[in-house]
Ligand binder design. Structure first.
Ligand code: UDP
Length: 239
């Protein structure tokens, strides 16, 4: 028997939104993603925690750009991620996958607080953990929060699912430059020096400092999530 793999998946809030309509959360999309997670969990020896973003609801920088206090605006963003986390939990449980939402901002009536050892305990009991409210601090993103939590719970890899139609890390923006090529593997240093926008710089340098590899892949193509969770060679591996 191989060793159980422990993985953190970063899922952007926009991945849950509808591309066809202006729905903030598309129940059909959430259902599909939850189905792939539940299938992977039943087929693979895998412990999975998901960090959900909130960009479909609110981004701190949007408010700050309009003159709001940045910390207040970021707090609004963090609360948005909780809404997404509850949607994901609901869909996962429809698929029979026991799920716990752990929030970095305390709201005891809604979800458990994030406690590192409790998160690990849930994973060991075959529950999917959904991290909500990022890391609970303004001025950070859920990318950086996902990296932090992955290091804390000693996950072997951080999966960064993209939603914009780009299936990995490219030498240039493939939407602008037709000669852009996708890397199968790239180093943290190269990502930084070439300013390739994989995740924000804080998240990248954190992963580099802590030796945490990142797999960047297209989350929206059906079946990809299962492939990525199975350890198949898709997207770009940053390490
Ligand atoms: N946020 C924050 N601290 C955190 C995580 C998130 O302040 O630890 C806020 C920040 O304003 C951010 C918003 O929550 O813009 C939504 O998260 P993010 O932009 O990372 O979501 P995504 O782009 O992944 O959907």
């Amino acid at each position: 028997m191989g060793e159980t793999r422990r993985i953190v998946l970063k899922m952007s809030g926009e991945a849950l939104a509808s591309s066809a309509s202006d729905e903030t959360i598309d129940a059909g999309v959430v259902e599909r993603l939850a189905g792939e997670i539940a299938q992977a969990r039943s087929e693979l020896d895998l412990q999975l925690a998901v960090m959900v973003g909130g960009g479909n609801i609110w981004r701190g920088t949007t408010g700050a750009g309009a003159g709001m206090d940045r910390a207040t605006s970021d707090t609004m963003g963090m609360l948005g991620t909780v809404i997404n986390a509850l949607a994901l939990q609901d869909a996962l449980e429809h698929h029979g996958q026991a799920t716990r939402v752990l929030t970095a901002v305390h709201m005891a009536e809604v979800a458990e607080p994030y406690i590192r050892r409790r998160a690990i305990r849930h994973l060991e009991k075959d529950r999917v953990v959904v991290f909500a409210a990022g890391m609970g601090n303004p001025f950070f993103t859920t990318d950086t929060s996902a990296a932090l939590r992955a290091a804390e719970i000693e996950a072997e890899i951080l999966l960064k699912g993209t939603h914009g139609g780009v299936d990995g890390v490219y030498s240039a923006d493939p939407k602008v430059d037709p000669t852009a090529t996708r890397y199968e593997e790239i180093s943290f240093m190269e990502v930084v020096s070439k300013d390739l926008r994989v995740m924000d710089l804080t998240a990248i340098t954190f992963c580099k400092d802590n030796g945490l590899p990142i797999l960047v892949f297209d989350l929206m193509t059906e079946g990809n999530l299962l492939c990525a969770l199975s350890g198949e060679q898709i997207g770009t591996l940053v390490r």
